[in-house]
Ligand binder design. Structure first.
Ligand code: AMP
Length: 192
């Protein structure tokens, strides 16, 4: 079973992906985490991606599609994947359809996390404060200015994917402002 989680930054996709991994034995693929691993490893790709990410922009479709295409061939993805942060553009969505279509393993559901932007900004601010209080490093793109930029990029480039999936009948909405437990219940119910 393949699932796609779509929603603005900070809406809880990663948290729910980890819960779904446990319940259904699927593999969470967070393209943001994959890019941060490239940065940590100091690869050429990581160096290129860092500036783009720190500015709150999107890494190119070619790079992202190539990254996912090779990753889903690995053994740990055999039971299915929870796509967290991919696709982020209509172009990526179409490429993913083609990839999964070829494998004969289409998407079972697309879950949209509906969220209020100002609440997300408030949550970001308290997350930053907690991270600093814990003596940990704050992510390069986790500051209010870049976060607002990422919200704008979500609206302009990622939200247009939603009508695309609505047309396929796969799209389900959940309330990203509800508690972790309630969102998780909602998702389990819609997956049946
Ligand atoms: P995330 O952790 O999903 O919020 O991603 C952090 C950053 O990584 C984003 O702001 C983008 O710069 C980049 N990124 C992650 N996934 C993608 C994607 N599918 N397409 C383009 N850029 C991405």
């Amino acid at each position: 079973m393949n699932l796609i989680l779509i929603g603005p930054p900070g809406a809880g996709k990663g948290t729910q992906a980890k819960i779904l991994e446990e319940i259904y034995g699927l593999k969470q693929l967070s393209t943001g985490d994959m890019l941060r691993a490239e940065i940590a490893d100091g690869t050429d790709l990581g160096k290129k991606a860092k500036a783009i990410m720190d500015a709150g922009n999107l890494v190119s479709d070619d790079i992202m599609v190539g990254m996912i295409e090779s990753r889903i061939e690995q053994a740990d993805c055999a039971k299915g994947v929870i796509f967290d942060g991919f696709p982020r553009t209509v172009e990526q969505a179409k490429a993913l359809d083609t990839m999964l279509g070829k494998k004969g393993k289409p998407v079972k559901a697309v879950i949209e996390f509906v969220a209020d932007e100002e609440t997300l900004v408030d949550r970001l601010k308290s997350r930053i404060a907690q991270t600093i209080a814990a003596g940990q490093e704050v992510r390069g793109d986790d500051n209010e200015e870049t976060f607002r930029k990422r919200l704008g990029v979500y609206r302009a480039q990622t939200a247009p994917i939603l009508p695309y999936y609505e047309g396929t009948g796969l799209l389900h909405k959940v309330d990203g402002m509800a508690s972790v437990e309630d969102v998780s219940k909602e998702i389990k119910a819609l997956l049946g």
